[in-house]
Design a protein around this ligand. Structure first.
Ligand code: AMP
Length: 217
């Protein structure tokens, strides 16, 4: 099964993609994580992406689409995948469909997480991420056992520069104008599954599994 996760920044896509990936045996690919890694490593692609990410706007399609499709060819083809943060606009959704169709598959379901804007801003302002393995924490709802250290790998936790209030507002604007219309794109194909993203992460995951219904057996 191939899943796409939709929802505003801070709606819990990363957390849910990790949980669902484990539960359903799917490869989890996060475009933001791939881009941040490229920036950290100082690759040519990372250098191109950096200033867009700092401003909270979308990295150009020709950079992101190639990156994700290459990662999918490497990992997601046989097991099925769950995409987090991609597609982010209509062009990307169409490019994904085209590439999957060429390989005889497609997106099976697009899960849209609904979370109120105030809640999203609150969550993002408390978010800390592991520099090494990208595991997400939240000082309000899921703090690490030891402040500043990742429970999973012991890596250093940091606050993403684009989680500053000014940039959060920009990212929400970009989400509303460019990404939110994707719900209609998948609804028209009968693939959209809308889920309330509020509350504890485990509960949200159960809601998603229920909403996917017979699709996950
Ligand atoms: P995220 O970790 O998903 O919140 O992404 C962080 C930043 O990476 C975004 O604000 C964008 O600048 C960039 N980014 C991530 N995914 C995409 C995408 N599919 N298309 C364009 N830019 C992206």
């Amino acid at each position: 099964m191939n899943l796409v996760l939709l929802g505003p920044p801070g709606s819990g896509k990363g957390t849910q993609a990790t949980l669902l990936g484990q539960r359903l045996g799917l490869v989890h690919l996060a475009s933001g994580d791939l881009l941040r890694r490229a920036v950290e490593e100082g690759t040519e692609l990372g250098r191109r992406a950096k200033s867009y990410m700092e401003r909270g706007v979308l990295v150009p399609d020709e950079v992101v689409i190639g990156l994700i499709l290459a990662a999918l060819r490497g990992e997601g083809r046989d097991r099925g995948f769950i995409l987090d943060g991609f597609p982010r606009n209509l062009e990307q959704a169409k490019a994904l469909d085209k590439a999957l169709r060429a390989g005889g598959s497609g997106v099976d379901r697009a899960v849209s997480l609904r979370v109120a804007e105030l809640e999203v801003v609150h969550r993002l302002s408390g978010r800390w991420t592991c520099r090494r393995c990208q595991a997400p924490y939240n000082i309000w709802s899921s703090p690490p056992r030891e402040p500043g250290r990742c429970d999973r790998c012991g890596g250093e936790l940091y606050q993403r520069p684009d989680d500053q209030p000014q940039t959060i507002r920009k990212r929400l604007e970009v989400y509303l104008s460019e990404t939110a219309p994707l719900a209609d794109y998948y609804r028209a194909q009968g693939k959209l599954v809308e889920v309330d993203g509020g509350g504890e992460a485990g509960e949200v995951m159960e809601r998603i599994v229920r909403a996917l219904g017979s699709y996950v057996g």
